[in-house]
Ligand binder design. Structure first.
Ligand SMILES: NC(=O)C1=CN([C@@H]2O[C@H](COP(=O)(O)OP(=O)(O)OC[C@H]3O[C@@H](n4cnc5c(N)ncnc54)[C@H](O)[C@@H]3O)[C@@H](O)[C@H]2O)C=CC1
Ligand SMILES: O=C(O)C(=O)COP(=O)(O)O
Length: 426
């Protein structure tokens, strides 16, 4: 991978100080400016190569177009506050640190589930007001109850294992994670139609995207058990807020634990003020540990990119990719839940290239010895070939891709054999 020059980075939110330290130790000038209004950010952003954000900075297309950024780093998971398409069109790499805050978000979800079952926040508030009301806060055990988990990715999985230890039965739905995989962590998958009526509790852990907006709505609440309790520690809007309020008022929903809102902070306080709602100001990732991981990870990922070592955590859609200072056009799709590359510049691959793991791309002219020469060279560097994708055509200089056991320390080792090379971890 060719180095990408980043001299200046703006951190626009409260990110762990390790982020600034690591970037500065690697010769990058860092400015921290928080709580900027949109026009302030638009004016400020012109001076930077990189921007590091959390969830509060809305990196809209007009901000992206006002900037000369090369990288937008998200110290956290969700990138719905970044216009990834606009960034990709401008050739800006968007990267996140998707596993750094998984445990913290899962633990907060479990805390909300437990609080909903035993009315802990309401009882604590009542005590502070001088009361001693044992009857009002009668709860119900989690033991033996059914928890529906919609979205069985990193956080959904961690929530399942923790709530199983309370004796909950965990069922779920995910269009991508295979049922045999979730069965191995004790989650029985089924369709949403089958799931809704079985659950005592439902928790959502999907990204926010058109297919997940309003997953719980008037129609789906009506299919749930009366009194179902719901938790949203993912993104505001996955549970439709107006439908949730109606379900709370009718008793169809018995309680809600909300960490996230469509508008943050929410101007409309109807949900927050509802007696059966417990809420937090988007605290899922707000632990020392999660912030330390995310701050450090994003800085290290940027430094690796600057050094041309590897590209970790990139989430940009892939119409173009950057090698040796040149933008290459690419096209791909998602097959069986796995993103695949079909074409890179003028090279159409014989088989789709699964975009997972460590990948080494190289451009070379076809020859019967090419693969064995590359394999031999990689072997001397201690790198094994795990998969091989060749272009359908064999004329001229074309792109090849090999899945490798680890990335090469120095791509220049390939120089005698190839015209261009790039490597990345996905
Ligand atoms: N409250 C907070 O502070 C935090 C919130 N989050 C949010 O939590 C959510 C989940 O994060 P991760 O588990 O790390 O993501 P992930 O990508 O590991 O898992 C998401 C899962 O949702 C599934 N999914 C996609 N569409 C679906 C649909 N229509 N129905 C059911 N499942 C669907 C995907 O297949 C995937 O398995 C994200 O929205 C993230 O932004 C993450 C960290 C902290
Ligand atoms: O990582 C995520 O998706 C989160 O929602 C955490 O957001 P934050 O970094 O706390 O603003």
């Amino acid at each position: 991978m060719a180095p990408i020059f980043i001299k200046t980075v703006l951190i626009s939110e409260s990110v762990d100080p390790r982020c600034k330290t690591i970037l500065e130790e690697n010769g990058i000038r860092v400015t921290e400016k928080q709580n900027m209004k949109k026009d302030e950010l638009m004016a400020e952003i012109k001076d930077y190569d990189g921007l590091v954000v959390r969830s509060a900075t809305k990196v809209t297309s007009d901000i992206i177009n006002a900037a000369n950024l090369k990288i937008i780093g998200r110290a956290g998971t969700g990138v719905d506050n970044v216009d990834v398409d606009a960034a990709t069109k401008k050739g800006i790499i968007v990267m996140n640190t998707p596993s750094g805050n998984t445990i913290s978000a899962a633990e907060l979800t479990c805390a909300l589930l437990m609080s909903l079952s035993r009315n802990v926040p309401q009882a604590a508030m009542s005590m502070k007001q001088g009361n001693w009301d044992r009857k009002k806060f009668m709860g119900a055990e989690l033991y033996g109850k059914v928890l529906g988990i919609v979205g069985l990715g990193r956080i959904g999985k961690e929530v399942a294992s923790r709530m199983q230890s309370f004796g909950m039965r965990t069922i779920g739905y995910d269009p991508i994670t295979p049922p045999e995989v979730t069965a191995s962590w004790g989650v029985e998958q089924m369709s949403l139609e089958q799931l809704w009526p079985q659950c005592d509790y439902i928790t959502v852990h999907t990204p926010l995207m058109p297919s997940t907006v309003g997953l719980l709505n008037d129609e789906t609440f009506a299919k749930c058990k009366k009194g179902v309790k719901v938790v949203n520690c993912a993104r505001g809007g996955i549970i439709d807020e107006a439908a949730l309020l109606r379900a709370l008022e009718s008793g169809q929903c018995g309680g809600a634990g909300l960490d996230v809102f469509v508008e943050e902070p929410p101007q409309n306080r109807s949900l927050v003020d509802h007696p059966n709602v417990i809420s937090c100001p988007h605290l899922g990732a707000s632990t020392k540990e999660a912030q330390a991981r995310c701050g450090e990870d994003i800085a290290l990922q940027i430094v690796d990119m600057v050094k041309g070592k590897k590209l970790v955590g990139a989430v940009s859609s892939t119409p173009r990719c950057y090698t040796q200072g040149v933008w290459n056009h690419a096209s791909g799709s998602v097959q069986g839940g796995v993103p695949v590359l079909l074409e890179l510049s003028d090279s159409v691959f014989k088989q789709p290239v699964s975009l997972t793991g460590n990948l080494l791309f190289f451009k070379a002219s076809a020859s019967p010895q090419l693969l064995s020469s590359v394999a031999g060279l990689l072997a001397t560097e201690g790198v094994e070939i795990e998969s091989y994708s060749a272009p359908a055509d064999r004329t001229g200089d074309l792109w090849y891709c090999v899945g490798v056991s680890s990335l090469l320390r120095d791509l220049s080792a390939l120089k005698p054999l190839v015209k261009e090379a790039a490597q990345l971890t996905i």
